[in-house]
Design a binder for this molecule. Structure first.
Ligand SMILES: Nc1ncnc2c1ncn2[C@@H]1O[C@H](COP(=O)(O)OP(=O)(O)OP(=O)(O)O)[C@@H](O)[C@H]1O
Ligand SMILES: *[C@@H]1O[C@H](CO)[C@@H](O)[C@H](O)[C@H]1NC(C)=O
Ligand SMILES: *[C@@H]1O[C@H](CO)[C@@H](O)[C@H](O)[C@H]1NC(C)=O
Ligand SMILES: *[C@@H]1O[C@H](CO)[C@@H](O)[C@H](O)[C@H]1NC(C)=O
Ligand SMILES: *[C@@H]1O[C@H](CO)[C@@H](O)[C@H](O)[C@H]1NC(C)=O
Ligand SMILES: *[C@@H]1O[C@H](CO)[C@@H](O)[C@H](O)[C@H]1NC(C)=O
Ligand SMILES: *[C@@H]1O[C@H](CO)[C@@H](O)[C@H](O)[C@H]1NC(C)=O
Ligand SMILES: *[C@@H]1O[C@H](CO)[C@@H](O)[C@H](O)[C@H]1NC(C)=O
Ligand SMILES: *[C@@H]1O[C@H](CO)[C@@H](O)[C@H](O)[C@H]1NC(C)=O
Length: 669
């Protein structure tokens, strides 16, 4: 009896054990998924034609499909029982919008839980998120079929297979492919080939090895696996049971991830899939619903277009603004004299400081090299806020541009912008005479050079006053407006520019054009320039060159007096040649110097009518006419006193002040 009892107990226990074993499924086969009972979430769906479609073409979504019931991956975990071997086979296919670009891919998963709701789509493949990626609390083993390179996960290529534990970083990975059985040669496969391909995942519990093998559908399972790595499955799944299924997600590219067939078996090789039963992979990804295209793509496209347009407009506007000019209809006739701002901008390297030649009363002067022609020019930037008188002025500039004389700085043309006028002149390599006369370290001009410069400037004034078709008044003859060309020829510059200020910008202030010390007394009185006032300034200029002193001299007591008055005084004492620049150390032609000094006094006579004309002046200078004897009575003036009474000269103002701003001179214009 005890034996019978024992036998019955044994039977019961055996039956009980069988029942328990039967409760957990150990194997299944889906040769197509029509009617399959799976746990799906997200985009995952079983289609009418028998596909398990993990993603549906909509971007940035995820989908999961699990065998509904858990499988027993460990036996007697409580007593330290290890994991069981298992084997899975599946056929997958990826249909992407593009032949060579897709969304991340799909993964075969063994996981403690079916709940991947916290996982992200896109590169996280529906498996993890940024915070928990790789964390042991994830409890999953995955075989990823990855079609995107994610540097953050150390992905090797956009066509790789990897074995992952708890995250997206693969333990081992390799490019998709297989080792040919006969030769052992590696054959590349393309995950994105839009063909169905088969994968085997085998876990050997004794060796703790996971092997992954793949092959084209028509080939049997290759003997050599693509990947093989040791994993502690017990540690991964923690408990005894785990779920098995697939995870997939889309990124920004529309793609569909399919599983066509799937078989699984514990403790043995996965049942072979009946390939002939499989539905054909829908290769062409259906064109997205056109209304949807319009709804999504159109607004994005138009927004992008508008943005691009706005950027283009901004860029063009900035460019336009950078090179913007003012141009009016009346200027059409002056076309040939007009330079483009862009050319001048490039010629002067964007008006950079290295190209700055000097700063004058009217503005900055830059050296430039004109594009194409390579001509060296000086570009004078004159700021001019008002457009009033601009037309007349430009007309004058153009007229001036027609003036050609070997002792004039050639004006080549102009350009106009908002608030600014640019005048383009021939470049004078030796700069202004001013510098040679008054700068301490500069070269000292000898008498011969000085006399030639004086005669040269006289010639240019003669041309302006008498020889050209209309009278051009210079209005601002002075040493700093005389430039020296490469051969040290004097060239009078800035002619006519004074007119710009003459046209006036602000009606409340009155500008007296010209420079203190060069300004004839009657100009201070009437504000009207004339040939005689140019002659006056020329006289002062001659004195400046001969004496090497500025028109307004400061004596040792700090008192200011006019160079003219001082030279006149010396003349009255009979020592006029003593006024010649001491830096010449007496090395000069006394006759010539005496002539220049006396002529200067004549020219700078307070009474305009007493001054010689420019033609006479040139004749005196070249000796073709004798200088009349000067009488004491004739030169018995003190200009400073005269002018002080007219309040033209403020002795404390700098002699180089341009366009003196004298508001108390009556009728100064
Ligand atoms: N064509 C030119 N070639 C070479 N340098 C020039 C030329 N024009 C002007 N410069 C330089 O630029 C400086 C400034 O010239 P600008 O004529 O504007 O001033 P200025 O003659 O000193 O004063 P103002 O404006 O009262 O005439 C000059 O001192 C000179 O060195
Ligand atoms: C699907 O499987 C689950 C778990 O095994 C079961 O509860 C459910 O009834 C099944 N559904 C169908 C339609 O078979
Ligand atoms: C894909 O699935 C998502 C979520 O289930 C759905 O919102 C979307 O409309 C689907 N897209 C297509 C193209 O069927
Ligand atoms: C893993 O996740 C748990 C719970 O989410 C968290 O407490 C832990 O800090 C995480 N560990 C790491 C290394 O991120
Ligand atoms: C396989 O593909 C990889 C990556 O695309 C490439 O580097 C390799 O040369 C290919 N091998 C063969 C045999 O085509
Ligand atoms: C791509 O698919 C074609 C069949 O559509 C197959 O002939 C070819 O070998 C495949 N190429 C790769 C690299 O998988
Ligand atoms: C896994 O692959 C190795 C060779 O890399 C092989 O020795 C082993 O038998 C394979 N295991 C299984 C379960 O296929
Ligand atoms: C695997 O993990 C389990 C549980 O963490 C542990 O007890 C066991 O020692 C591990 N096995 C190996 C080989 O590391
Ligand atoms: C595969 O499926 C076909 C069609 O359903 C059937 O005729 C064939 O017997 C199956 N083969 C195996 C090995 O089950």
């Amino acid at each position: 009896m005890p034996i019978m009892l024992h036998a019955a107990l044994l039977l019961f226990l055996t039956l009980h054990r069988l029942r328990l074993a039967a409760a957990a499924v150990d194997q299944f086969t889906f040769d197509g998924f029509a009617g399959a009972n799976l746990t799906l979430d997200g985009t995952a769906a079983v289609t009418a034609d028998g596909f398990l479609r993990l993603t549906n073409g909509t971007t940035l979504l995820k989908g999961h499909a699990f065998y509904p019931s858990p499988l027993r991956f460990r036996r007697d975990a409580a007593s330290g029982g290890g994991a069981r071997s298992f084997s899975a086979a599946f056929v997958f296919g990826i249909a992407s919008e593009y032949a060579d670009l897709s969304s991340p891919g799909l993964a075969f998963v063994v996981a403690k839980s079916k709940d991947f709701s916290a996982a992200l789509q896109s590169q996280y493949m529906g498996l993890a998120n940024a915070a928990n990626n790789g964390n042991a609390t994830n409890h999953f083993l995955a075989v990823e079929l990855d079609t995107i390179v994610n540097a953050e996960f150390g992905d090797m290529s956009n066509n790789h297979v990897g074995i992952n534990v708890n995250g997206l970083v693969s333990r081992v990975a390799d490019n998709a492919g297989y080792y040919e059985d006969g030769t052992g040669a590696f054959r590349n496969m393309s995950l994105l080939n839009r063909t169905a391909e088969q994968v085997w995942v085998d876990f050997d519990a004794r060796a703790s090895l996971v092997n992954v093998t793949m092959a084209p559908l028509e080939l049997p399972k290759p003997r050599k696996p693509l990947l093989s790595t040791a994993v502690n499955l017990s540690a991964i799944i923690e408990g005894e049971e785990a779920f098995v299924g697939f995870s997939s997600s889309t990124g920004v590219v529309s793609s569909r991830h399919y599983v066509l067939a799937w078989s699984f078996k514990m403790d043995g090789p996965a049942p072979p899939l009946n390939i002939s039963k499989l539905p054909a992979l829908p290769v062409a990804i259906p064109k997205p619903d056109p209304s949807k295209t319009l709804k999504i793509v159109l607004p994005i496209a138009s927004a992008a277009f508008v943005l691009a347009l706005a950027i283009a407009v901004l860029v063009i506007r900035r460019r336009w603004h950078k090179y913007a000019e003012l141009k009016e209809d009346w200027e059409a006739t002056f076309g040939p004299h007009r330079f483009s701002y862009k050319d001048l901008f490039h010629a002067t390297r964007g008006f950079c400081d290295e190209r700055l030649l000097g700063i004058g009363g009217f503005g900055r002067v830059y050296r430039g090299v004109l594009p194409v022609s390579g001509v060296e020019v000086a570009v004078k930037k004159v700021s001019h806020e008002s457009r009033q008188g601009m037309k007349e002025f430009v007309a004058e500039v153009v007229t001036i541009g027609q003036l050609r004389h070997r002792n004039l700085v050639q004006l080549l043309g102009y350009c106009r912008r908002q608030g600014e006028l640019l005048l383009v002149y021939d470049y004078m390599p030796n700069g202004s005479l001013d510098k040679f006369l008054h700068h301490r370290n500069s070269l000292i001009l000898n008498w011969g050079q000085r006399f030639r410069i004086i005669k040269g400037v006289a010639c240019s004034v003669l041309y302006l006053h008498e020889d050209w078709e209309q009278v051009v008044l210079h209005r601002d003859i002075k040493a700093s407006n005389v430039l020296l060309d490469a051969e040290m020829n004097a060239r009078l510059g800035d002619f006519g520019l004074a007119r710009l200020y003459d046209h006036g910008t602000d009606p409340h202030t009155t500008h007296v054009v010209g420079t203190m010390g060069y300004l004839a007394p009657e100009v201070g009185h009437t504000g009207r320039a004339s040939k005689a006032s140019d002659v006056f300034a020329f006289g002062v200029f001659m004195l400046e060159v001969a004496c090497g002193r500025r028109p307004v001299v400061q004596d040792e007591h700090g008192d200011h007096y006019l160079l003219v008055d001082w030279v006149a005084e010396q003349w009255r004492r009979g020592t006029v040649v003593d006024t010649v620049d001491p830096r010449l150390r007496g090395d000069f032609a006394v006759e010539e110097a005496s002539l220049v000094l006396k002529l200067s006094l004549l020219c700078s006579h307070p009474l305009p009518g007493a001054r010689p004309g420019i033609r006479q002046i040139t004749q005196f200078l070249d000796g073709s006419a004798p200088l009349p004897e000067l009488s004491e009575a004739h030169l018995g003036f003190n200009l400073q006193d005269l002018m002080r009474r007219n309040q033209v000269l403020n002795p404390h103002s700098s002699p180089s002040t341009v366009a003196g701003n004298i508001s108390d001179v009556p009728a100064a214009r």
